[in-house]
Write a protein that binds this ligand. Structure first.
Ligand code: SF4
Ligand code: SF4
Length: 323
C-alpha cells in the first residue's frame, strides 16, 4: 500500500472505532510560539498545584525523546459531548466525568487502531500510544494534525463536534502524509472569557489554573481558597462554563460512545444524596470513573464547600496519579 492508502485506511478504521477525527502530524519538536507560550505559562506559575506539568519539559517539547525514531503522530479524538447535562438544580460534575474513565476507553481504542496500523504496514511499525498518560502536548499535536483549532478557552475545537473531546495519539516511526493545521475560527467572539466565573481565562488562550474551578476542584489537595468556594455554584468536580458558552458546542453532535453516558443513579442524585454520600456508595457510583482522581476526601470537601461554603482540606498536593 502507498502511504496515502495507509492513511486513508487508518482514518476509516478510526471512524469505525468511534473516533470523530483522525489526522497526521509530522513528528518533531513543538514549534514556536507554542513551545515558548508553554514555558512562560510554567514560569509564571499558572500550572499551580499541577507540579507534574513542569516535569520532563524536554520530552514534552519533543516527542522523539519519548519514542526514538518518531516520524509521525496520528492524532485522534473521541467526543464526550453529553446528550443532557446534569441538572443545575443539584450539585454537578463536569461532563467529561459522567461516564467511564476516558483513559481506559481511549487506551483500548488506540490499541486497536495501532494494531490495525501494524497490519496495514506488514507488522513493522514501532511506536507508542498516549492519552493524557505522558508529557505530550496533545492539543498542539491535534491542531498540527488538522483536527481543529485551539479555541480562546484553551481547548481544541473540532468543527461539528465542538470542544468536548478527549485526545489521543499514536507516535510511530513510519512516515505518513501530514494534514494541514486548521486556522482559528473564533473570530471576534469572546463568549468563553465572559462566561468564566473566576477570571481564570485572563486573556485569549491563557488559562490561570490558580483561578480555574476545574483545576481547583480536581487537582488541589488541602483547603480550597474562599474565592474558589464562593464561585462553585453547585460545581463539585470540574467546570464546563467556558465550553458550554462556546457557540461551536451549541450544535455539536452528542457522543455515540456508550461508556461516556452517565448512570441514571448519577443523574438523579439530589443535594441531600450528595451530602450523605458514604465511601461504599462513592465506590459504586464512581467505579472505573475519572472522578476517583479527587479521591473520596477531595470530593466530600467539594460537596461541603458547594453546600455549606466550607473550605475544608485533606492535606497534600497532587502528584499526577489517577487514584
Ligand atoms: S473551566 Fe470554568 S473556571 Fe476554568 S477557565 Fe473554564 S469557565 Fe473558567
Ligand atoms: S467561545 Fe468564542 S472565543 Fe471562546 S473558544 Fe468558543 S468561539 Fe472561540
Amino acid at each position: 500500500m502507498t502511504p496515502d492508502e495507509i492513511k486513508a485506511a487508518l482514518c476509516a478504521e478510526a471512524a469505525r472505532l468511534g473516533f470523530i477525527a483522525c489526522g497526521i502530524a509530522p513528528a518533531g519538536p513543538v514549534g514556536e510560539p507554542s513551545a515558548n507560550a508553554f514555558r512562560t505559562w510554567i514560569d509564571e506559575g499558572m500550572h499551580d498545584c499541577m507540579a507534574y506539568m513542569a516535569n520532563n519539559m524536554d520530552k514534552r517539547l519533543d516527542p522523539a525523546l519519548l519514542v526514538p525514531g518518531a516520524r509521525s503522530i496520528v492524532a485522534v479524538a473521541l467526543s464526550y459531548h453529553p446528550r443532557e447535562f446534569m441538572p443545575a438544580s443539584s450539585l454537578r460534575l463536569s461532563s467529561y466525568a459522567y461516564g467511564r474513565d476516558y483513559h481506559d476507553v481511549m487506551r483500548e481504542r488506540l490499541a486497536q487502531l495501532f494494531a490495525y496500523l501494524r497490519i496495514l504496514c506488514g507488522g513493522t511499525v514501532g511506536g507508542r500510544t498516549f492519552c493524557d498518560t505522558a508529557p505530550v502536548m496533545e492539543r498542539y499535536w491535534a491542531w498540527r494534525a488538522g483536527l481543529g483549532w485551539m479555541g480562546k478557552h484553551c481547548n481544541l475545537i473540532i468543527p461539528g463536534a465542538g470542544s468536548m473531546v478527549f485526545l489521543g495519539e499514536i507516535v510511530c516511526d513510519i512516515e505518513l502524509p501530514p494534514d494541514i493545521p486548521m486556522p482559528s475560527r473564533c473570530g471576534n467572539c469572546t463568549a468563553c472569557l465572559a462566561a468564566c466565573p473566576t477570571g481564570a481565562l485572563c486573556a485569549p488562550h491563557r488559562l490561570d489554573a490558580r483561578l480555574c474551578l476545574s483545576c481547583q476542584t480536581i487537582e488541589r489537595r488541602g483547603a480550597l481558597a474562599p474565592s474558589t468556594v464562593s464561585r462553585l455554584d453547585g460545581r463539585i468536580y470540574g467546570c464546563d462554563n467556558c465550553q458550554t458558552a462556546c457557540p461551536w458546542n451549541r450544535d455539536a453532535a452528542p457522543t455515540t460512545i456508550e461508556e461516556f453516558a452517565p448512570s441514571p443513579e448519577l443523574m438523579s442524585m439530589t443535594p441531600s444524596d450528595w451530602e450523605r454520600l458514604d465511601e461504599t456508595r462513592y465506590r459504586r457510583l464512581f467505579k472505573g470513573s475519572a472522578v476517583k482522581r479527587a479521591k473520596y476526601a477531595g470530593l466530600m470537601r467539594n460537596i461541603r464547600a458547594a453546600l455549606h461554603g466550607d473550605c475544608g482540606g485533606d492535606g497534600g498536593q497532587n502528584d499526577g496519579s489517577t487514584v
